[in-house]
Design a protein around this ligand. Sequence first.
Ligand SMILES: *[C@@H]1O[C@H](CO)[C@@H](O)[C@H](O)[C@H]1NC(C)=O
Ligand SMILES: *[C@@H]1O[C@H](CO)[C@@H](O)[C@H](O)[C@H]1NC(C)=O
Ligand SMILES: *[C@@H]1O[C@H](CO)[C@@H](O)[C@H](O)[C@H]1NC(C)=O
Ligand SMILES: *[C@@H]1O[C@H](CO)[C@@H](O)[C@H](O)[C@H]1NC(C)=O
Length: 424
Amino acid sequence: MAALQFRLVVSLCLLALSAVVSAHNITDILSGFPEYSVYNNYLSQTKLADDVNSRQTITVLVFTNGVMSALVAKHQLSVIKKVLSLHIVLDYYDPKKLHQISKGTTLSTTLYQTTGNAPGNYGFVNITDLQGGKVGFGSAVPGSKLDSSFTKSVKQIPYNISVLEISEPIIAPGILTAPAPSASDVNITALLEKAGCKTFASLIVSSGVIKTFQSALEKGLTIFAPNDEAFKAKGVPDLTKLTNAETVSLLLYHSTASYTPKGTLKTTTSPISTLATNEAGKYDFTVTHDGDSVVLHTGVDSSRLADTVLDATPVAIFTVDNVLLPAELFGKSPSPAPGPAPETSPSPAPVLAPSPTPVEAPSPLAASPPAPPLESPGGAPADSPAAESENSKSANAAGHVGAPALLILVVTVAATVISSNILS
Ligand SMILES: *[C@@H]1O[C@H](CO)[C@@H](O)[C@H](O)[C@H]1NC(C)=O
Ligand SMILES: *[C@@H]1O[C@H](CO)[C@@H](O)[C@H](O)[C@H]1NC(C)=O
Ligand SMILES: *[C@@H]1O[C@H](CO)[C@@H](O)[C@H](O)[C@H]1NC(C)=O
Ligand SMILES: *[C@@H]1O[C@H](CO)[C@@H](O)[C@H](O)[C@H]1NC(C)=O
């Protein structure tokens, strides 16, 4: 009886964990189709694959190697990323639904619309059911032609992901010719100042950390810049008490030596190393997300990822609401997740231990201010309306339970059942 119950608990756990991990893997889906290998390769290079995997109810419009090769031969990676993101439709279209579009034509939101780079309806595609069973695709910008057409169905996992082949890339006006700054031209301090991060900008200049950032620009760099309010918040340690070396570590802790856009943060389950990581300290942090909100956890405090200042492969710059306090500088010892198992741990308990998602416990060390509510405060530049409606849609989608909450629930159920078994 106990064994049966235990098996039930274990399978409950596995079920819950698999719901936490993303439901589909676009790289894996496309790997079965060599005719899309170039497309697949660029989905990985641009990290758009992570975006696709972190979302539900999505349609990926793919094109064959010949078409894709012509595109990539002429354009740099950040432009290719924009074009591909216009082919990731934030809705589910299988071949049947393509022919059931009401009034035969619709505009659908794409991932490009959520980047904040798309003016007006440049981030939407027009899908039109044409005469004779043909389905045309084009930019939603008025006057655009429906140059591309549906050629075949590649794969469907009903209502989660659909992959459809189209004949030609959909090109929004100007998307190929908009000046794309090369990584070496990015002026980090100018961007940070404009985004309301003057304190952080001046600290990275005065400490010399700017040189480290600049030399990382070409290979991949992500910066999490606290805004000016973050440095004034209650509970922020007195930074003037830090040694120069500690200041440098604190600043470098707000960056990673790789291009890590939001979709990648959402799909990362292991701790993320930072530019401060060295032999003397891990200086890493973990990430959780709920729908489209991403929260970084240092072990001492947490911060919401606020705005995207720049997302241009291989450089991403975000603002964060709180100064990220590394445990190496501000925590005696980062508190490990409290084990739910009773002290006289029965042998089955360890099975529960290897959870791939770190359970963030509300740290008793948290002398620092609590993370602000996940909603954008009134003053902060809000996402575009389209992105917002998309957010609320995904927040409403079934199965969007925050990972830690779900794990805690399952672990609690497991612990209860196990202890009742011991007692009986
Ligand atoms: C679709 O995604 C949900 C949530 O991740 C998952 O529970 C469901 O099993 C998926 N559907 C299929 C057919 O895989
Ligand atoms: C997705 O599939 C690819 C290819 O099969 C694999 O290399 C990759 O690790 C998978 N990603 C995840 C998050 O499982
Ligand atoms: C889609 O494009 C066609 C052709 O330009 C146009 O007639 C139609 O009105 C567009 N659909 C929508 C919903 O705007
Ligand atoms: C970057 O912008 C700052 C203003 O924030 C300016 O002082 C500096 O000269 C610029 N650097 C370069 C290399 O253009």
